[in-house]
Design a binder for this molecule. Sequence first.
Ligand SMILES: NC(=O)c1ccc[n+]([C@@H]2O[C@H](COP(=O)([O-])OP(=O)(O)OC[C@H]3O[C@@H](n4cnc5c(N)ncnc54)[C@H](OP(=O)(O)O)[C@@H]3O)[C@@H](O)[C@H]2O)c1
Length: 233
Amino acid sequence: MQALITGGTKGIGAAIVHSLLTHEIDVHVNARNVDDLKSQYAELTQTFPSRQITWSANDLSTPEGVNSLVDDYQGAHESLDILVNNAGVFLPGMTTEEEEGSLAKMIETNLYSAYHLTRALLPLVLKSDNGHIFNMCSIASKVAYPNGGSYSISKFALYGYTKVLREELKEQGVKVTAILPGATWSNSWAGVDLPKSRLMEANDIAISVMSAIQMSPSAVVEEIVVRPQLGDL
Ligand SMILES: NC(=O)c1ccc[n+]([C@@H]2O[C@H](COP(=O)([O-])OP(=O)(O)OC[C@H]3O[C@@H](n4cnc5c(N)ncnc54)[C@H](OP(=O)(O)O)[C@@H]3O)[C@@H](O)[C@H]2O)c1
């Protein structure tokens, strides 16, 4: 099987990449930073010498970036089974006070990237017998919280898009899953004064994704809601 993971060099995306490779699924990794992509590639090809690993650097917050990923991907692959729309950005703030452009930036990165990439690559996913699209939503897709601001708006929208996609693709044999994690250790939490055990590990999310992939063709996990044991932050 072949997967494409956006924002796959760090945090939750990197954990999903690792988990897919462990389960003998080939991966194409996207992110913006070329050095990160190269060093991850070097490490993964050592750990998983028999897997096919490819990557490309594209900024998915722009239509040009999405188009370049589509070109890179289709230049290297003729099939796509699993698409993980994971790339996202979190700019904290209140809608009444945040910097002008915050909403646009997060809608572009967190919603439009998934929308446009899915539309462009859907013909390949439809050809697969195991087609599965994951959208990385958030607990902030369901619950508004102080300082969540425009991030929450973008994740509510992505969750809404995921529900629409699920209905649209139900009859076409493609599974659609919304992932809604609570606080999970990653760069987004760098510098926060909390014990590691208060947040989830990125691999916890990867485990839940793998479990959704492993179900029989007659079952789909529509939503994965995972929270820290002690609840939301
Ligand atoms: N961590 C949490 O607590 C949490 C909870 C709920 C949901 N989420 C969601 O989970 C996803 C991953 O979060 P994370 O915490 O693992 O983030 P992270 O550690 O900051 O990693 C983000 C990944 O996305 C890439 N990326 C960012 N902007 C991009 C763009 N415009 N185009 C392409 N790639 C881009 C980054 O690489 P480059 O910088 O090189 O582009 C990186 O690989 C996000 O959608 C986030 O909203 C996170």
